[in-house]
Design a binder for this molecule. Structure first.
Ligand code: PMT
Length: 326
């Protein structure tokens, strides 16, 4: 086992006396949960999407937050703030730049293209007559660019939804395996806000927890960081971009650098909760720089995606040149 595969002892909860190896920890986590029923179906959908052109740059974008159920028959769960803006906006920019996109997103979080439609504005703009309903010109004009990009690119996006943390991780692993034939043309853009804590199914109540029994205390175990097995085993030739969210600016850069060192991937996009829509930090092992939104008409995701694509191109060329030398 290489030293990088050892988990820092401080990150292992006292309740969790398990393996100190990233791969074993990931396997332990999966063995706690049954495979999602539709995993085979997702595997073949992704395979079909990729196999038609393994030479085409393809990005897996993850988006939205994961839920952590408190009961098997789930009434209550722990969730997080992520709305899926980063992921859904980025998907549109990748498509516009010619990428194929696998969009793995939290059910009911924002989706590419439909995120531009405000249903109340749509209701207001609709006129009704005996021959049907018509959309008013104001809404139609505002949406025309979005509709055009959607129509031109709809064959290049595959949408897959998840709700729980376990579903998300099962799908992430499966899609990563399926992307292997793309070699360096595969990119992963991990913008989902993934829970670091979970309740093992063996510790979970079967039915709705009853309030008549008084206050409850729940123990959450640590979810192993899946980035290391992902980079090393699941899709080792891909270009991998992770996101790092903090609320304390003074630790952001340091944590982003540590993530790169620890997981061995290529780029971290670091952001602070309250300023994430106007500035991000682009961090590699060697350098870091800030991207700031130049005007409010733009979306910062267009700048992030340009940066990622340019670095992905360099990565592909470097890998292809190395292959030529061998
Ligand atoms: O959706 P929006 O509202 O637009 O918000 C966008 C965002 C703030 C969610 C996004 O920009 C962002 O920062 N996403 C990552 C947030 C996060 O979960 O950070 P983290 O420090 O917990 O995890 C860092 C990385 O490790 C993530 O890329 C995550 O995919 C990965 N991870 C996390 C937990 C885990 N068990 N295994 C992992 O591999």
């Amino acid at each position: 086992m290489s030293s990088i595969d050892q988990v820092d002892g401080s990150s292992i909860g006292s309740m969790q006396k398990k393996s100190t190896n990233y791969k074993d920890q990931a396997d332990d986590f999966f063995s706690n949960f049954l495979e999602p029923n539709n995993l085979n179906q997702i595997r073949s959908q992704v395979k079909q999407f990729i196999d038609c052109d393994t030479n085409h740059p393809t990005v897996l974008i993850t988006s939205g937050g994961t839920t952590v159920p408190m009961e098997h028959n789930t009434v209550r769960f722990v969730d997080n703030f992520s709305a899926g803006t980063r992921g859904s906006a980025s998907a549109e920019y990748f498509l516009e730049k010619g990428y194929k996109v696998i969009f793995l997103y939290r059910l009911k979080s924002l989706e590419p293209f439909t995120r531009h439609i405000n249903v109340w504005q749509l209701m207001e703009s609709l006129s009704s007559s005996d021959s049907g309903s018509q959309v008013g010109p104001s809404i139609g004009d505002n949406l025309s660019k979005t509709v055009k990009i959607y129509k031109e690119n709809k064959a290049n996006i595959l949408m897959i939804t998840f709700t729980t943390l376990a579903e998300y991780l099962y799908y992430l692993r499966e899609i990563s395996f399926s992307m292997q034939p793309l070699g360096p043309k595969a990119a992963l853009y991990l913008a989902a806000a993934v829970s670091d804590f979970y309740i093992p199914p063996t510790d979970m109540a079967t039915h709705k927890i009853q309030s008549k029994n008084g206050p409850i205390s729940l123990v959450f175990e640590l979810v192993p960081k899946m980035l290391r097995p992902l980079v090393k085993f699941w899709v080792p030739s891909a270009f991998v971009v992770s996101f790092k969210l903090e609320t304390d600016e003074s630790i952001l850069l340091d944590k982003a650098r540590k993530a790169l060192l620890c997981y061995g991937h290529h780029l971290v996009i670091a952001n602070i909760l309250h300023t994430r829509k106007s500035q991000v930090l682009i961090v590699t092992e060697k350098e870091s720089h800030q991207i700031t939104l130049p005007n409010p008409e733009m979306e910062i995701e267009s700048l992030i995606v340009d940066e990622v694509i340019s670095r992905h191109k360099t990565f592909i060329n470097m890998k292809l040149n190395v292959e030529k030398l061998i």
